[in-house]
Design a protein around this ligand. Structure first.
Ligand code: CU
Length: 165
């Protein structure tokens, strides 16, 4: 594990060096077909207690070499759907969240999440809520949130099992 530590330290200083040397090394690769690079899984909303607010969670995967940002969210359920992060156990609204290249943005309890402020109705377990995610580079992505029990937490993302049908 020593070798591994050394390796990641080396990688870190390499990254720092690149950052210092400027942004001109960004390749133009992949600028054309950015549309299909993002995929969303495990999207859900815990059943709201009332029509005041509700959270929403999911994993947004970026399969491309281009980093992107979640910059906005809309839904028929609310006119005020916000992007929140949690820092020091307090949440606050942020203008965007990073979706790293070949990585993922996890929206989960206790971390980054979407928050509906003011609901037009109160969805129940089994309902679906549509949201549209907007990104800095990729086109908008429509997602259906499954309304789940309040205690529900997302299962391990890779264990999708074949028993859905
Ligand atoms: Cu919040």
């Amino acid at each position: 594990m020593n070798a591994r530590t050394t390796r990641s330290l080396a990688a870190l200083s390499l990254t720092a060096a690149l950052a210092i040397s400027g942004c001109s090394s960004d390749s133009g690769e992949g600028s054309g077909a950015a549309g299909a690079a993002l995929s969303v899984s495990g999207a859900f909303m815990p059943e709201p207690v009332n029509d005041k607010m509700a959270g929403a969670f999911m994993v947004i995967k970026n399969g491309s070499r281009t980093a992107d940002k979640l910059t906005g969210v809309t839904s028929p359920l609310s006119d005020d759907l916000q992007i929140h992060e949690t820092k020091d156990q307090k949440m606050r609204q942020v203008p965007s969240l990073d979706v790293p290249a070949n990585g993922e943005l996890k929206l989960a309890r206790g971390g980054d999440h979407l928050m509906f402020m003011g609901l037009k109705n109160t969805p129940k377990v089994g309902d679906k809520v549509t949201v549209e995610l907007r990104f800095e580079k990729s086109g908008p992505v429509k997602v259906e949130l499954d309304v789940k029990e309040r205690t529900y937490t997302a299962q391990a993302p890779t264990s999708t099992g074949g028993n859905a049908h």
